[in-house]
Design a protein around this ligand. Sequence first.
Ligand SMILES: [Ca+2]
Ligand SMILES: [Ca+2]
Length: 222
Amino acid sequence: MSADTTLRTLKLYVGVWSALGKLEVSLSDGSAPAWTDNSVQNSSGISNALYTIHFRAASAGQTLVVKWTSQTLFNPASGNVTLQAATLALAPLEAWRASYFSSSELADPNISGDAADPDGDGIPNLLEYALNEDPRVANLSIGPHALVMGNLLTTTYTRRKAPMDVTYDLQVSSDVAGGWTAAGIAEQVLADDGGLQTVRATDPALVSANEKRFLKLKVGKQ
Ligand SMILES: [Ca+2]
Ligand SMILES: [Ca+2]
């Protein structure tokens, strides 16, 4: 199976019958250690399993090698292993990227890379993805904004639900230069459409008791 620098997801549907299966996965460029698993077994009957493999090579033109064999046959006459199906898909972030950028743009990290900001709205592409924004349209008014509700500092933001390849970390501090902590932040899901959630995060500190408070949403890659 071909592999390059794009993150892809391979799903392998396998089975064993009176056997212990052995899965071996490796990349032709050796950029990741080979991986072996022998957790699927059934000594007297049939078991099925699904492997989900996320892979990416260090350069273009590489190959992902997948081997599914029997490590042990508990019944030499009838024991066997089966490879029932395999599906290949882009990881969610890469599928999103491919939906907004042409193939020549996808090859240019200054346009389609995580840190690029082709629409010039100050929101890099990774954050556009995390917040479900459009990386080709400058939307300066959208995104998390601070709002005082009652006597508490809050922010409302959109986040993706699993399977997701980004992480969301909210932190608060009285000093923008340091002292950031996630302690005590309450998060309430205001809306959920199955793929996206609207979440309100609330700082536990009373606004009236603090001269300044800051809320920060940090997005990372999983
Ligand atoms: Ca942007
Ligand atoms: Ca945008």
